[in-house]
Design a protein around this ligand. Structure first.
Ligand code: URA
Length: 431
């Protein structure tokens, strides 16, 4: 039996008392936890100590590198194209990857977008794309590389081989109240992104009612921490700080979000979805060395749509097939004349989830047709009787609980009342 170089209880006490862990200690801790030598209860004490005491920049870098070392690293050096990727901290109605990946790829850049499924109120990109008949999320390594070279854009399932320590640690954080620690979030996200091997990365870090970290100052701190981690690892990294106080666009769900994304690719779509897609594309292209282009042009002239069709077809999907629509709908209307002054993202996300668009447990199926279509956005004038939003599901039994989640989530005020929209869509930039 090999002798372990550290005692985990000493490491926990060091962090509990506000001390700093060394590179060797962090490397050992992550490795020993991954192989089962450090027990879950010990690691939960450690994550709580990190939650309460924080970590130095060097410790966060060491933790990220140690998690990367537990798994595979992808290598895109054989590609003829530069790689650039995007990660969003997640939100309600956030379908931006769908128009963004083909838009960026239409400029000759490769976008390797390894994505996940939704859990809780934020949706998953793979769940959305799976509403397209025939589309499959799982690709072999060879298929992945061929599609990157030939089509440029790939959105597919991340295998469990990238930073496996993160999967184990995240599951533990989830049940011990330690998810919202900036050093742990930053190292979790960036270990997977750095292992993925992209040369450039743009982060969309959200704040507001539907975001993971609601407070703009905390989400800025998260962005700064992640940008520093990326840059230290040689990945050209930047972040946009964006508003997730209100849902993004007018569709929340799966198939309806694909429909809205196709509208954007066809040169239309809601202004906020278009603005965020274009600004993220501009940043991704600049980091990949493509300067001086206006990405809005490829939305207007159909080039991005061609790239979308190729991306969907390459993964077995039929871009022309009709998307599922809900069997049952329920529309909520305005009870008076006025202006919509509130539309909070979080309750709308929870309501869509309760309609069947999301899952409560990893193994649950999703109802691709379920979701919410918003007919008005904050600041829009409304007349009594106007439709405000429509809930859709396969199961009428789900309406009551969804409507319960929406109590207090929206409000009609008088003309001139302040609109609770959370401020500008793009609030700042880091990196
Ligand atoms: N997403 C991740 O991948 N990890 C976190 O810790 C939080 C969000």
């Amino acid at each position: 039996m090999s002798i372990e170089p550290f005692d985990v209880v000493d490491l926990i006490k060091t962090k509990r008392d506000g001390g700093t862990l060394t590179t060797a200690q962090i490397d050992w801790l992550v490795d020993a936890y991954t192989r089962g030598y450090v027990a879950d209860e010990q690691m939960s004490a450690m994550t709580m100590a990190i939650f309460l005491r924080g970590m130095e920049r060097e410790e966060i870098r060491d933790l990220t590198l140690a998690m990367i070392a537990t798994g595979d690293r992808l290598d895109f050096s054989s590609l003829s194209k530069r790689t650039t990727d995007k990660h969003s901290t997640g939100g309600v109605g956030d379908k931006i990857t769908l128009p963004l990946a083909p838009l960026v790829a239409s400029y000759g850049v490769a976008v390797p977008q390894l994505s996940g499924r939704g859990l809780g109120h934020t949706g998953g990109t793979l769940d959305k794309l799976e509403s397209i008949p025939g589309w499959r999320a799982k690709l072999s390594n060879a298929e992945f590389m061929t599609q990157l070279e030939e089509v440029g854009a790939v959105v597919c399932a991340a295998g469990s081989g990238l930073a496996p320590a993160d999967g184990k640690l995240y599951a533990l954080r989830d049940i011990t109240g330690t998810v919202e620690a900036i050093p742990l979030i930053a190292s979790s996200i960036m270990s997977k992104k750095i292992a993925e091997g992209t040369a450039a990365l743009v982060l969309d870090v959200k704040h507001g009612s539907g975001a993971f970290l609601q407070d703009p100052a905390r989400s800025k701190e998260l962005a700064e921490t992640m940008v520093a981690l990326g840059q230290d690892a040689g990945v050209a990294t930047r972040a946009l700080l964006t508003n997730m106080h209100v849902p993004l666009g007018r569709a929340i769900g799966n198939a309806n979000e694909v429909r809205e994304s196709v509208e954007v690719l066809a040169g239309g779509g809601p202004a906020d979805v278009v603005e965020l897609t274009v600004e993220l594309a501009r940043e991704m292209l600049a980091l990949a060395g493509v300067d001086g282009v206006d990405p809005a042009e490829h939305l207007a002239d159909g080039t991005a749509m061609d790239s979308w069709r190729a991306m969907i077809a390459a993964q077995g999907g039929d871009p022309d097939a009709p998307l599922p629509t809900p069997k049952e709908t329920h529309t909520v209307t305005a009870d008076r004349d006025g202006v919509l002054t509130r539309q909070l993202a979080l309750p709308f996300g929870i309501a869509a989830w309760r309609l069947g668009a999301g899952r409560a447990r990893k193994e649950d199926p999703v109802d691709h047709a379920a979701g919410i279509d918003l007919h008005v956005k904050p600041g829009d004038p409304v007349r009594a009787g106007d439709p405000l939003f429509t809930l859709g599901t396969s199961d009428t039994g789900r309406f009551a609980r969804a409507l319960e989640a929406l109590e207090g989530a929206w409000e009609i005020g008088a003309e001139g009342d302040p609109v609770d929209d959370g401020g500008p869509l793009i609030a700042g930039r880091v990196g």
